[in-house]
Unconditional design. Structure first.
Ligand code: PLP
Length: 375
């Protein structure tokens, strides 16, 4: 079977290999069979291995998109009469604050500008003044802008103040190397369609077993999205409590085999090549960055709309889309931006091909090249 190859430059789902796509086509199976449980066990072990966790860490799998992990960690890991601190400099941490609000959880939304790193002095001061903070939360690669947050430092502060540290690593996991011990992470998370380069529908949390076991006695705020309940079911039966995304799990198995075959360092080097090629292409066309280069994670480039009356993101998008390339709007409320992302099964050559089409799209829509800015 020949499948059209699209280059996705959006922040996930990512471009997948044909072997991962085809791995979904399997004989029908009831996921309660031993064969299937065996595959889930391998997945759980591999998810821990990717972030270099040992026996004190485990992975708990869920059926849902990446946001389900955020929901689960926040609602399941807060003891009674305690507070959450969200270190917030972007759209994804804002989503975490919204989750706290929906559950009615006590939380502090510690906001920083979206194009700046969080001020660690302010984080420390907040922890000192609020000894009831039991959970510190932030986003590793803030996908809305591509800024890299100092998780190791925030994690150390959380631990000094007896709080656990939960990090949304959805858009960095299995791309930029993570080590749960060195990065002071108690819980991190991702879903299969991003760094793993598989399909949507499977999300997972990697975290400290001892904390999950302790959380058995924490207030129960959700049924479907409770971390301990799912963990306990996995430990007893090797299965998800409710129906798993069967075909996505087959694709994930194949994607993990390809991940380990490529290797952590080589994969990160490939994403870096793609990222550099994106920067080179944008710079040649005169585009400006939102985030200082040295603060970028190396996976998402946020570019500012040019001040050209002919610039029309939708038109440029449609021109590229028709030719197999997907670009994506930004997630910043104050500035008009678009994003080009370096995840997925793509390489430098795909970016060079993209920029030929992108340049034509600009010319086709009457945008002056190199692009112009008022200041
Ligand atoms: C993609 C992403 C998520 C999850 O988004 P879904 O649309 O629910 O898959 C969460 N956090 C970050 C940082 C992400 O990049």
């Amino acid at each position: 079977m020949k499948i059209k190859r699209n280059i996705l430059l959006n922040p996930g789902p990512s471009t997948t290999t044909d072997s991962v796509k085809m791995a979904q086509v399997v004989p029908d199976i009831c996921p309660r069979e031993k064969e299937f449980a065996g595959m889930m066990k391998g997945l759980r072990e591999d998810f821990v291995k990717i972030v270099h966790g040992k026996e004190d860490y485990t992975a708990v799998l869920f059926c849902g998109s990446g946001t389900i992990n955020m929901d689960i960690c926040l609602n399941s890991l807060l003891p009674a009469n305690k507070k959450i601190l969200v270190v917030n400099n972007g759209a994804y941490s804002t989503r975490a604050a919204e989750i706290c609000e929906y559950y009615g959880l006590p939380f502090i939304d510690l906001k920083f500008p979206i194009d700046e790193l969080p001020d660690l002095g302010v984080v420390e001061k907040t922890l000192k003044e609020n000894p009831d903070i039991a959970l510190v939360y932030t986003t590793h690669n803030e996908t809305g802008t591509g800024i890299l947050n100092p998780i190791k430092e925030i994690g150390a502060l959380a631990h000094e103040h007896n709080a656990i540290f939960v990090v949304d690593t959805t858009s960095s996991y299995a791309m930029r190397p993570i080590n749960v011990y060195e990065d002071n992470i108690d819980f991190c998370m991702a879903s299969a369609q991003k760094g793993i380069m598989a399909m949507t529908g499977l999300s997972f949390i990697v975290g400290k077993k001892s904390i999950i076991e302790e959380s058995k006695n924490y207030p129960k705020r959700s049924y479907y999205c409770n971390l301990y309940l799912q963990y306990e079911f996995f430990e007893k039966t090797g299965e998800m409590h409710f129906t798993p995304p069967v075909q996505t799990i087959y694709a994930t198995r194949q994607a993990l085999d390809e991940y380990f075959k490529e290797g952590e360092a080589k994969k990160w080097a490939r994403h870096t090549r793609v990222f550099e090629a994106i920067h080179k292409g944008l710079a040649e066309l005169g585009f400006k960055n939102v985030i200082k280069r040295e603060w970028q994670t190396g996976l998402v480039v946020s570019a500012i709309y040019p001040d050209d009356p002919n610039w029309d993101f939708e038109k440029v998008h449609d021109y590229c889309y028709e030719r197999g390339f997907t670009i994506y709007p930004g997630k910043i409320s104050t500035t008009n931006t678009f994003r080009l992302c370096a995840l997925g099964a793509i390489d430098e050559k795909d970016i060079q091909d993209f920029f030929k089409v992108f340049k034509k799209a600009l010319e086709h829509t009457g945008v002056t090249v190199p692009v112009i800015y008022k200041d």
